[in-house]
Design a protein around this ligand. Structure first.
Ligand SMILES: Cc1cc2nc3c(=O)[nH]c(=O)nc-3n(C[C@H](O)[C@H](O)[C@H](O)COP(=O)(O)OP(=O)(O)OC[C@H]3O[C@@H](n4cnc5c(N)ncnc54)[C@H](O)[C@@H]3O)c2cc1C
Length: 466
C-alpha cells in the first residue's frame, strides 16, 4: 500500500497525529502510553476487505498484536474503483452506501468527504408492454401494478419456503413483468429470482428496517478512502498470502498459507462466503455442523459489472434506472447528480445474466448490450459510434472473491447468519458481509458491522482471561 500516495490522493497534507514533536519522543519509558489491553497473545485476521480492515483497526487501537493475511496484492476486497474513466468516481464493486446509521458511513463523515444522495433522484424507466415509460404511465395496466405491489409487499411476505420466482408465479403475476421483477429484486440482492429464498429475504429486510438510502461519494473513489483511512495497517499486512488451512486443535491456531505458516492465539476469518462454501480453506477439526449447514443455506452467485461511456447521453439527462431488458435487467446512470457529462451507463448483473454475458466474450457481450439499448432507445446506442469507452470487472472470475455477495437460499433463515458468525471455542472468529446478523448482508455497512461485532467478541474473550 503506497501510504504517501494515498494521503496525497485524499488531499491530506500531513498524517495528523502521527508526526510527534521531539519532546514527546524524549518521554521516559515508564511514561510512554501503554496499550489499553495488555495481552501477550496475537491475532491473525484473514482478508483485507472492509470487514478485515475495520476489525484490524479496532484491535490495533486497543494495543493488540495483529497480522493481516491477504491472498491478493491489494486491500479493499470487493471495493475496487475504476480510475480516470469519467468525471466522477466509478466503482466496480461496492459503491452505494445504503444506510447512514452505521460505522461505514461514520467513517466517510469523519473524513469529511463530499457525498451525494441518489435516493428519490431521477426517473425510473420500465420496459413493459413493448414500450419504455415511467411507472405512472402504466397505472392502467393491472399486470404492471401487480408486479409493483409484489415488490412493495416483499418485506411482509409470509407464505413459507419458496424461491422469489415461485412466489411470483404463485401470485399469478403476468410473465411480461418478470424481467422488471428480476431487476428490482434479483439484481438488488445479488442473484436470480429463481434462486433466492423469499422467506429469509423478507425476514432480513424486516430485521434491517430496509433503509431506502443511496449515498455515493461525490469526488473520491471508495478505494482511495480505504487506502487512506487504513494506511497505518500496511506494516502488519502480508499480501499475496493465500490461506489454505487452519488447524485449531492445539494450544495455538496454526494457519497454513502459500507463503508459509503462521501461528496465533485467535484468528478472525473474513473471506467471502464462496471461499468457505467451496472449501478452499480446510479446517482441522472441521467446522461445527451448524456452521456447515448454514453454509449450505447461503448462496453467492456470479457477478459482472460493465461500465459504458457514450459520446452523449441518449437515455435522458434525468434518467437514473432503466428496468426490464432481456440482456440486462437494470441499467444505472450513477452519475445523474455528480457528472457534468452524464454519459455513462452501468451494468451490474448477477447469476444467470452474469454467466450469459461473460460466456459471450467481450465483443459479443458489447454487441448484445448495444443491440438492447438500440431497441430501447430507437437505435441511438449504435448511431455515430456512440460507445466511446468501456470497462468491466468479472467478480465471479476473481480467484479470491468468486462471486458478488451472499444471498439466502430456499429453506434459509436469518439464523444461518448467526450460526456462521459464531466463534469456535473463542479461538476462531468470523466476520464479513455474509456473517452480518442485522439483516444487512451483502452491503458495505453490513461488512463493517460484522467487524464491529467480531471485534467486541474478541476483546470480551481476551478481557475474561486477564
Ligand atoms: C459488483 C458488486 C457491487 C456491489 N455494490 C454494493 C453497493 O452498491 N453497496 C453496498 O453496500 N455493497 C455493495 N456490494 C457488496 C460489498 O462490496 C461487500 O458486501 C463488501 O465489500 C464485502 O466486504 P468483506 O470484507 O465482507 O469481504 P471482501 O471485500 O470480499 O474481503 C475479503 C478479502 O478476503 C481475501 N481472501 C479471500 N480468500 C482468501 C484466502 N484464502 N486467504 C487470504 N485472504 C483471502 C480477499 O482477497 C478479500 O480481500 C457490491 C459487491 C459487488 C461484488
Amino acid at each position: 500500500m503506497k501510504r504517501r500516495k494515498a494521503i496525497k490522493t485524499m488531499g491530506l497534507t500531513t498524517a495528523a497525529g502521527l508526526l510527534l514533536p521531539n519532546f514527546f519522543q524524549s518521554c521516559k519509558e515508564e511514561e510512554e502510553p501503554k496499550p489499553t489491553i495488555e495481552y501477550d497473545g496475537s491475532i491473525i485476521i484473514i482478508g483485507a476487505g472492509i470487514a478485515g480492515l475495520f476489525a484490524a483497526q479496532a484491535l490495533v487501537s486497543q494495543g493488540l498484536t495483529v497480522t493481516i493475511l491477504e491472498a491478493s496484492s491489494r486491500v479493499g476486497g470487493r471495493v475496487k474503483s475504476l480510475r480516470g474513466f469519467e468525471d466522477y468516481p466509478i466503482e466496480l464493486g461496492g459503491g452505494v452506501i445504503k444506510s447512514s446509521d452505521n460505522s461505514f458511513y461514520r467513517l466517510v463523515q469523519e473524513m469529511r468527504l463530499a457525498t451525494s444522495s441518489l435516493a428519490g433522484e431521477g426517473k425510473e424507466l420500465f420496459y413493459y408492454n413493448s414500450t419504455l415509460k415511467q411507472a405512472e404511465d402504466f397505472t392502467n395496466f393491472a399486470g404492471f401494478q401487480d408486479a409493483q405491489n409484489f415488490i412493495n409487499g416483499l418485506t411482509n411476505y409470509n407464505s413459507g419456503s419458496k424461491t422469489v420466482l415461485e412466489a411470483i408465479q404463485a401470485d399469478g403475476i403476468e410473465t411480461d413483468t418478470y424481467r422488471i421483477l428480476e431487476a428490482q429484486i434479483g439484481e438488488v440482492f445479488g442473484a436470480d429470482n429463481n434462486d433466492i429464498g423469499i422467506q429469509a429475504l423478507a425476514n432480513s429486510l424486516k430485521l434491517s428496517g430496509s433503509s431506502d438510502e443511496e449515498i455515493i461519494l461525490s469526488n473520491n473513489p471508495l478505494e482511495d478512502v480505504i487506502y487512506s483511512r487504513f494506511a497505518g495497517l500496511s506494516d502488519i499486512t502480508k499480501f499475496n498470502t493465500k490461506v489454505t488451512a487452519i488447524n485449531h486443535s492445539g494450544a495455538e491456531v496454526i494457519v497454513t498459507t502459500d507463503n508459509g505458516e503462521f501461528t496465533a492465539n485467535k484468528v478472525l476469518i473474513t473471506v467471502p462466503v464462496s471461499i468457505l462454501k467451496n472449501e478452499q480453506i480446510t479446517f482441522s477439526p472441521a467446522l461445527p455442523v451448524n456452521k456447515q449447514l448454514a453454509l449450505q443455506k447461503i448462496g453467492m452467485a456470479s457477478a459482472l459489472k460493465v461500465v459504458l461511456k457514450f459520446n452523449r447521453n441518449f437515455w435522458g439527462q434525468d434518467v437514473k434506472y432503466i428496468y426490464g431488458g432481456d440482456v440486462v435487467p437494470a441499467y444505472l446512470n450513477a452519475g445523474i447528480k455528480t457528472s457534468k457529462s452524464n454519459r455513462v451507463l452501468t451494468v451490474e448483473v448477477y447469476g444467470e445474466d452474469a454467466d450469459n454475458l461473460t460466456s459471450m466474450g467481450d465483443e459479443q457481450m458489447l454487441a448484445a448490450i448495444i443491440e438492447e439499448l438500440d431497441l430501447l432507445f430507437d437505435g441511438q446506442a449504435s448511431a455515430n459510434n456512440a460507445l466511446i469507452d468501456w470497462s468491466k470487472y468479472d467478480w465471479g472470475a476473481d480467484e479470491f472473491i468468486q462471486g458478488g455477495f451472499s444471498y439466502p437460499l430456499v429453506g434459509g433463515s436469518t439464523a444461518d447468519r448467526v450460526a456462521l458468525s459464531e466463534s469456535v471455542n473463542k479461538r476462531l472468529y468470523f466476520a464479513g458481509e455474509a456473517t452480518d446478523i442485522e439483516g444487512n448482508s451483502g452491503t458495505l455497512h453490513g461488512a463493517a458491522a460484522s467487524a464491529d461485532r467480531a471485534t467486541n467478541e474478541i476483546i470480551d474473550s481476551i478481557l475474561q482471561t486477564l
